[in-house]
Design a binder for this molecule. Structure first.
Ligand code: AMP
Length: 570
C-alpha cells in the first residue's frame, strides 16, 4: 500500500491542472507561471539542494514571505525527503536565533531585505547552517556565504524520480510562541500534512475546489499558511501569493485583478481591507469567502462583508499544534429557518470541530463539562492532525499532552464552552500571552523588562481587549519604596529591549498587584477589573487600588496596516 505523502498532491496539480496559473507579487515584480512550470522548477530546486549536500532527513529553514520561490520550497524540500522549517520573519533577533539553533537547520533560504539583514546580524552567533540561499533574482551585496536561488535553479539537474518517502517522516516544522517561555518546535509528518490537507479541502471545513482562485494572506512562515499551499495545490485551484507585507490596497487590487474567490487571514487584515474599501472603494465582486481566524473574528466585520460585499466570513479556530484550522463556524443546515441574528451569533463562535478531530472541555480536575453553552473549562482536542509532542521540550510535553493511556489529548490552553449544538466558544486563555493582530506578545518578557527597572518592584502585564488588534498589552507596576516612576519613561525604557509593537498601550502605577493563593499574579482578577480602576477589596483577594497617573496611549501608535505592513497571524 502506498504511503500518505505530499507526492500525489504535486502529481495532481502538475499533471491534471498543469495549465492553471500561480501568480506572485515579489520584490522583483509580478511573477506568473503555470503549475507545469512550477513542477519543473520544483524538480530543479530539489536537484540544486542535493548538489548543496542536502539529503533525506535534513532540515532546511526558510525565512521569507509568500511568493513562488517559497512555494517551490514547500514542495522541493519535503519531496526530496528533507524537512521544511518555516521561520517567522517578524520575530525579534533573539527568538530567531533560538529557533535556528534549536532546529539545527542545515541550510537557510532567506528573502532579501530585512530577513537577510536579520540573518546577517545573527550569523556570527549561529552554529548552523554554513550557507544561505537568497530567494531573489540576484543576490544583494552581503558578507554572508550566500548563493542566489535563481542561479542555483538555473544550473541544477532536475530530479526525475522522487525518492520513496515514508509517511511518518517529517515534512515540515514551525515554532509556536503561543505559550509561556521560548518558542517551541512543532513538527509535521507527511501523513499529517496529507490528512490536514484532506480535512481542509472537505466542504465540512473550507471546501477548496479547482474552480477557486485562492489568495492566502496568512504568511507562509505561519503554520503552513493555514495549509493553503498544500490543500489548494492538491485541489488544482489557481493561486495568488501576495508577497512581503502587502498593504490593504494591494490586497484589494489583487482580489479584483486576479478574480480571487477564497482568501484567508487574521482579523486585522480584513479590518484594514474594510477601511481601504471605505476610503477608496474596490472590486470584491469575485470574492465569495474570507477565512478569518487566529483571533476571534469580530461580529461587525462578518456582518459588514455580508451586507456590503456579499462575502461570507468563515470564522476558523486553530493552533500551530493542530496544523492551523481545527474548527470552522457556520450555521448547521438545521438553522436554515433561524433568524439572521441567531445565524450571525453562531458565526461569531469558534465553531464546529473539523472532521477527523475530537474534543472535550474539562474542569480543573480534568472532568468533562456539559455542553450547555455556559460551563467553561480548558478545551482539549485530539486527532491525527494534532501533534503529540514538542521538539526538544520534555518539560512542556509533560504538561501540554495527555499520555496515550489517558487518551492522547492536547491541552489547548484555551478556555471554552460548548453549546448544545456542539459549537465551541473561546472565552479566555490559560496561556499567559497576548495576541495582538494575530501575533503573540510575551507578557512575562515584558514583566521581566519592567521589573529590571530600578524604580520598579513588581510588574504584571495583561491582555486588554482591543477593537482592532483583538488584544493589546496593559502594564501594572508597583514602584520601589521611595521611588516615583513616570509611566511614560517606564514605557520608553522598554524601547530597544522588545519589538516596538510589544510596547504596552498603557502602564498604570499601582500600590499592589493582586496575587493568587500561591503568590502568582492573579491575571484573571486583573483582567476582570480593567475598567474599574479603584475597586473595593474583593473577597479573598488583595486590595489593588490604582494610585496616581495612568498613561493612555493613542491606540494607533503603531499601526502596521497603515504603514503598509500588515501583521498576519496564523
Ligand atoms: P497559534 O498557535 O499561534 O496559531 O495560536 C493558537 C491560538 O490562537 C489558539 O489557541 C487561540 O488562543 C487563538 N485563536 C486561534 N483562532 C482563534 C479564534 N478564531 N478565536 C479566538 N482565538 C483564536
Amino acid at each position: 500500500m502506498s504511503e500518505s505523502t505530499i507526492r500525489p498532491f504535486f502529481w495532481r496539480a502538475t499533471r491534471l491542472f498543469g495549465e492553471k496559473t500561480v501568480v506572485s507579487r515579489t520584490t522583483d515584480g509580478e511573477h506568473r507561471y503555470s503549475y507545469e512550470s512550477f513542477g519543473h522548477r520544483v524538480q530543479k530546486l530539489a536537484g540544486a539542494l542535493s548538489a548543496l549536500g542536502i539529503s533525506d532527513g535534513d532540515r532546511v529553514g526558510t525565512f521569507g514571505w509568500n511568493h513562488h520561490r517559497h512555494f517551490e520550497a514547500y514542495y522541493g524540500i519535503p519531496l526530496m525527503g528533507a524537512q521544511i522549517h518555516t521561520i517567522n520573519v517578524q520575530l525579534s533577533d533573539d527568538r530567531v536565533a533560538h529557533i535556528v539553533e534549536d532546529a539545527s537547520d542545515d541550510l537557510l533560504l532567506v528573502d532579501p531585505g530585512e530577513p537577510l539583514a536579520t540573518i546577517e546580524r545573527l550569523w556570527e552567533d549561529l552554529d548552523s547552517p554554513d550557507q544561505v540561499v537568497v530567494m531573489a533574482e540576484e543576490v544583494p551585496e552581503t558578507e554572508l556565504p550566500a548563493v542566489g536561488y535563481e542561479t542555483l535553479v538555473a544550473e541544477a539537474e532536475p530530479v526525475s524520480e522522487w525518492p520513496e518517502l515514508n509517511e511518518d517522516q517529517p515534512a515540515g516544522m514551525c515554532y509556536t510562541s503561543g505559550t509561556t517561555g521560548l518558542p517551541k518546535g512543532v513538527e509535521y509528518t507527511h501523513r499529517m500534512v496529507y490528512d490536514h490537507s484532506m480535512m481542509v479541502t472537505t466542504p465540512a471545513a473550507l471546501g477548496i475546489d479547482e474552480s477557486d482562485v485562492v489568495l492566502s494572506v496568512v504568511p507562509m512562515f505561519h503554520v503552513n499558511s493555514w495549509e493553503f499551499p498544500y490543500a489548494a495545490t492538491m485541489a488544482g485551484a489557481r493561486q495568488v501569493h501576495p508577497g512581503a507585507s502587502p498593504s490593504a490596497a494591494e490586497l484589494v487590487d489583487l482580489i479584483g485583478s486576479e478574480g480571487v474567490t477564497l482568501t484567508a487571514g487574521v482579523p486585522t487584515v480584513w479590518i484594514d481591507v474594510l477601511d481601504e474599501l471605505d476610503e477608496h472603494g474596490g472590486d470584491l465582486s469575485s470574492l465569495e469567502r474570507i477565512v478569518v481566524g487566529g483571533s476571534a473574528a469580530p461580529e461587525e466585520v462578518t456582518r459588514r462583508y455580508k451586507d456590503e460585499y456579499d462575502v461570507t466570513v468563515e470564522h476558523a479556530w486553530g493552533m500551530t499544534e493542530t496544523m492551523s484550522i481545527g474548527a470552522v463556524s457556520r450555521p448547521k443546515a438545521s438553522m436554515a429557518a433561524a433568524s439572521r441574528e441567531e445565524r450571525l451569533a453562531k458565526r461569531a463562535k469558534q465553531g464546529l470541530l473539523s472532521p477527523g478531530l475530537e474534543m472535550k472541555v474539562v474542569d480543573e480536575d480534568g472532568d468533562p463539562l456539559p455542553w450547555d453553552g455556559e460551563s467553561a473549562g480548558e478545551l482539549l482536542v485530539r486527532g491525527p492532525t494534532v501533534i503529540e509532542e514538542y521538539h526538544n521540550r520534555p518539560e512542556a510535553n509533560e504538561t501540554d499532552f495527555e499520555s496515550a493511556a489517558d487518551g492522547g489529548w492536547l491541552h489547548t490552553g484555551d478556555i471554552a464552552n460548548i453549546d448544545d449544538d456542539g459549537y465551541i466558544e473561546i472565552v479566555d486563555r490559560v496561556k499567559d500571552v497576548i495576541k495582538s493582530g494575530g501575533e503573540w506578545i510575551s507578557s512575562i518578557e515584558l514583566e521581566n523588562q519592567l521589573m529590571a527597572h530600578q524604580d520598579v518592584t513588581e510588574a504584571a502585564v495583561v491582555a486588554a481587549p482591543h477593537e482592532r488588534w483583538g488584544e493589546r498589552p496593559l502594564g501594572f507596576v508597583v514602584p520601589q519604596a521611595g521611588a516615583d516612576p513616570d509611566a511614560t519613561r517606564l514605557r520608553e525604557s522598554l524601547v530597544g529591549t522588545v519589538p516596538k509593537w510589544w510596547l504596552p498601550d498603557e502602564i498604570r502605577i499601582s500600590e499592589t498587584i493582586p496575587k493568587t493563593a500561591t503568590g502568582k499574579f492573579d491575571k484573571q482578577s486583573i483582567r476582570e477589573r480593567l475598567d474599574q480602576p479603584d475597586l473595593p477589596h474583593a473577597p479573598g483577594r488583595q486590595r489593588w487600588p490604582i494610585i496616581s497617573r495612568t498613561l493612555q496611549w493613542p491606540m494607533r501608535t503603531w499601526s502596521p496596516g497603515r504603514s503598509g505592513r500588515i501583521s498576519m497571524g496564523k
